[in-house]
Structures are given as C-alpha cells and as structure tokens.
Design a protein. Structure first.
Length: 84
C-alpha cells in the first residue's frame, strides 16, 4: 500500500491542506480544514492507500494529527493531544 500525507497548514486568511493533488481551498478555521482533508482522503482509501493527516507546529515541523476526537473535541480544545 502507498502512504499518502495530507498536511494542514496555516495561511494568511485561514487554513488549507496540501495533498498529492496540490493545495486545497482556504478554510476559515482549523476544524473545517481537517474535516475537508478527511473527506478528501476517504476517496484515497478506496484506492488502497494509507493516509496520514499532519499539521504544522510553530517550528515548521509536521506532526501527525490523531483521531478527529482528539484533533478537535466538542469542548473546543485543539491539538494532537487534546490540549489547547
């Protein structure tokens, strides 16, 4: 299987994701960009590709985003470990 990365990165006016196909539209929130990336990657799974969603930290390193419950909880916490 092929490993496919989808990176969530900040933009001047919001957030976007980068994938094999290029850059997505810019979304006004981190949460919307992650949801759009997950929907985009659903089609990749049908092609037997393993997908990894990553986000850029403050130093420019890419960190894997955990499950959607941890990436964006109903309490409003963001981050890979559920902390704000």
């Amino acid at each position: 299987m092929t490993l496919v990365y989808c990176d969530i990165v900040p933009q001047a006016n919001g957030w976007c994701f980068l994938s094999e196909e290029g850059q997505s539209a810019v979304y006004p929130s981190y949460r919307l960009a992650v949801e759009a990336a997950r929907q985009h990657l659903e089609s990749q799974r049908a092609q037997r590709k393993l997908t990894v969603i990553r986000q850029q930290d403050l130093r420019g390193h890419m960190l894997e985003v955990a499950g959607i419950a941890q990436a964006w909880s109903p309490e409003g916490n963001t981050g890979t470990d559920g902390r704000a």
